[in-house]
Design a protein around this ligand. Structure first.
Ligand code: MRU
Length: 365
């Protein structure tokens, strides 16, 4: 995606790998929209911390980061003993997997890397295979997002008003994004439309990240507080909802996404508004049998009790909002049942959520 940086318009990926230094390069998302900065993680532990602390966030972006992190960890191994190398890679895999539990993309991405490494006969060969599999995952992420754009663009008719939640834009992937892909595709073809960005408390990915992305692209948009969506739907000011997802169950069509998604789906159903979920293949979990079993990340109380911004010197700063003696509950995600979802937009077509399983040969291939 192109970003105006230091007075110039340049193309950036959210995640990339600097092979000569064995470093993962990330956009420091916690500073956006106030400051655009690239940071590097020097080893796999730092890469896992960057995922956990949300330097990088969003399902596809943490998927690519985990894949690169595994290749990075493998690359740092010294020696030629295959057994020790395998044990080391398992530790790296586990560390990266545990960084954030809800999105399935990191697990799918790292499984691809491990599978590719199997055919290598020496440690050095396996290291090279790990890196090329990670690069392949990142490339596919971009291809899939482009495909979602093509599949979803017909939904964006002239004058339509679209609600989106959290950030499933290019910052949440390697490039382009999922929920935003149909919007970027339609915008590139000159279709006029308007986007309402849910603020998305507590971390405000909608207000900070989606709004910033849309502004970079010159797309008409406004930020709304999370509680305003019902009112705007009732006033017939929202025609369509598109969100991303962190994990879609292939067996049931249940969708885990940022907390508040379920509420928006209920509101959309109440007002007869189509509700779509846009995902790449790496977001499908073919194993888990019930939404109830999806691991839902519980984040810190401080996210609910306060907010981050920048101070007058441009430094990231936290202010406490809530009553100082109160605690908070902070589930990061919720699960939307399939009957509230109009369609799942994938690079291979738009499917009813309950039809994913039936179409698994198309979707897995
Ligand atoms: O906690 P985050 O910012 O990593 O969560 C991301 C989301 O839940 C987004 O809503 C998105 O739809 C899924 S990632 C594409």
């Amino acid at each position: 995606m192109r970003v105006c940086y230091k007075g110039r318009s340049e193309h950036f990926k959210t995640v990339s790998f600097e092979a000569s230094r064995n470093e993962v390069v990330l956009i420091e998302q916690r500073l956006l929209p106030h400051q655009f900065k690239l940071v590097s993680t020097l080893d796999y532990r730092a890469t896992a911390r960057a995922i956990q602390d949300m330097v990088v966030r969003g399902a596809g972006a943490i998927g690519a980061t985990a894949a690169y992190g595994l290749a990075q960890g493998a690359g740092a191994f010294r020696g030629a003993n295959l057994e020790r190398f395998a044990a080391h890679c398992l530790v790296v895999y586990q560390t990266l997997k545990e960084a954030r539990p809800t999105a399935v993309d990191p697990v799918n991405a790292m499984n691809d890397v491990l599978a590719a490494m199997l055919v290598g006969e020496s440690v050095e060969e396996k290291k090279a295979l790990a890196l090329s599999a990670a690069e392949e995952f990142a490339l596919n992420d971009v291809r899939h997002c482009r495909g979602i754009g093509e599949q979803g663009a017909p939904l964006i008719s002239p004058g339509i008003r679209v609600l989106t939640h959290c950030n499933a834009g290019w910052l949440a992937f390697v490039d382009i994004g999922t929920a935003t892909a149909p919007l970027y595709d339609a915008h590139a073809r000159g279709v006029p439309f308007h986007v309402f960005c849910d603020e998305t408390r507590p971390r405000c990915q909608g207000a900070g990240l989606t709004a910033w992305e849309l502004a970079q692209e010159g797309i008409s948009h406004q930020i709304i507080v999370d509680n305003a969506a019902g009112f705007l739907m009732w006033r017939r000011e929202i025609d369509l909802v598109i969100v991303g997802s962190d994990r879609v169950l292939g067996r049931t069509g249940e969708v885990a996404n940022k907390i508040g998604t379920y509420t928006k789906a209920i509101l959309a159903r109440r007002h007869g508004i189509p509700f779509y979920v846009a995902i790449p293949m790496s977001t499908i979990d073919w194993e888990t049998r019930r939404g109830w079993d999806i691991p839902i990340e519980e984040r810190s109380e401080e996210e609910v009790c306060g907010a981050w911004g920048v101070d007058s010197k441009g430094r990231r700063a936290y202010v406490r909002i809530a009553n100082p003696t109160s605690g908070a509950r902070n589930p990061g995600f919720d699960v939307t049942p399939p009957d509230l979802i109009t369609g799942i937009i994938t690079p291979r077509g738009i499917f009813k959520p309950r039809e994913l399983w039936k179409n698994r040969s198309v979707l897995k291939g």
